[in-house]
Design a binder for this molecule. Structure first.
Ligand SMILES: C[S@@+](CC[C@H](N)C(=O)[O-])C[C@H]1O[C@@H](n2cnc3c(N)ncnc32)[C@H](O)[C@@H]1O
Length: 347
């Protein structure tokens, strides 16, 4: 399983129901407010906070959870929120962010905390005066990138999780109001966040204000101020695409497009090994529709180029050396079950 997918699996720490219920009492929405959760899981947390006069938007990496979230939120995209999503800046009144608690995976960059990457990537989705609700392990407050992004873009307040929920992942809730922040105020706010993040867990819990102490209805989510011109994913989601293709009556055309342009009848000299077969599949030689065990399946091979692999070596005397950069290609076969509109990916 690719690391990003396993991260999605392991990183499912939904907001506890008790915290959702508490947060719900603190929120009201103006008519036409948009609420956004870029790692929405099953959509349960955002739908709990939403009011009848607001619209909810989510993104989720796990296909199963994205499908479930569609039963709770108004619009849900399936995809990698850090790579594949287009959205209009300043189009949302509330950004609910409870990202995976982990390090980033890029081998050629310095590893960064995902909480910080998500915050930086999505803070511009908020309109001026919009609210951030950010759920993270409290010690991430001392991560330089995170503290800076919070201090420079928001007026912030930090609350501890209720004590019995705190023990598992030591989370806090950050409330932020999107504003232009003066440099001296940002500096003192960053220092405050750093101090909180460096505390011992029991000291943090004793020092931090509690969520219960927040005045009810104190987060008033503003109405949207501009149209949502873009909210899309570059991933093809069969659960959305196949019904749309069927409705448009263009299924046959799509299947013909998928088939390889040229039929090459290759006669290998010896039996193909599994590795060869995988490459033939990924290269698109078997694209198209097949029937297997009474199922209609559509096969599409893709070869994706990943970040290059860099290796270095030194001469024995330590005076010289070489750097080798090799391109890395990932052969992938995607299989769509046409009856259930489910997608299987073999890598
Ligand atoms: C901590 S859970 C939060 C779920 C929900 N927002 C809540 O608070 O209950 C994080 C979710 O982010 C998803 N996720 C992880 N990496 C992601 C990515 N790159 N893009 C979109 N979602 C991602 C995981 O699959 C998981 O469901």
């Amino acid at each position: 399983m690719a690391r990003i997918e396993s991260q999605a699996k392991a990183g499912f720490y939904p907001t506890p129901d008790s915290v959702c219920e508490l947060l719900k009492t603190k929120i009201t929405c103006e008519d036409g407010a948009r609420l956004f959760d870029p790692c929405c899981g099953t959509g349960a947390a955002l739908s709990c906070l939403a009011t009848a006069n607001s619209t909810t938007y989510g993104v989720e990496l796990s296909h199963e959870r994205a499908t479930e979230a569609r039963t709770r939120l108004h619009q849900v995209l399936w995809g990698d929120a850090l790579q594949e999503i287009r959205f209009t800046y300043q189009a949302f009144g509330l950004l609910y962010l409870n990202p995976p608690y982990d390090n980033s995976i890029s081998p050629d960059e310095k590893s960064q905390r995902l909480e910080t990457l998500f915050l930086r990537h999505y803070l511009n989705s908020l309109q001026p005066g919009g609210f951030l609700i950010f759920i993270i392990p409290y010690y991430i407050l001392a991560d330089k990138g995170c503290a800076q992004a919070l201090a420079r873009n928001f007026t912030v307040q930090v609350f501890g999780f209720p004590e019995d929920e705190f023990q598992a992942f030591r989370q806090c809730v950050v409330f932020g109001r999107r504003k232009r922040i003066a440099a001296d105020q940002a500096e003192s706010s960053e220092q405050y966040l750093n101090e909180l993040g460096r505390m011992e867990p029991d000291v943090f819990l004793a020092e931090a204000e509690t969520l219960e102490s927040v005045v009810p209805a104190s987060i008033h989510v503003p109405a949207a101020i501009k149209p949502l011109a873009a909210f899309s994913t570059s991933r093809f989601d069969p659960a959305v695409g196949i019904p749309a293709i069927r409705k448009a009556g263009i299924l046959q055309g799509v299947l013909e497009e998928l088939a390889p342009r040229k039929k090459n009848f290759i006669r290998p000299l010896s039996m193909l090994e599994n590795g060869h077969l995988a490459l033939v599949l990924a290269g698109g030689f078997m694209n198209g529709e097949i029937e297997k065990n009474g199922k209609r399946l559509v096969v599409k091979g893709v070869v994706r180029k990943e970040s290059p692999v860099v290796s270095t070596s030194c001469d024995e005397d330590g005076k010289g050396g070489s750097i080798t950069i090799r391109d890395k290609y990932i052969p992938t076969v995607r299989i769509i079950d046409m009856e259930t509109a489910t997608l299987h990916t073999v890598q």
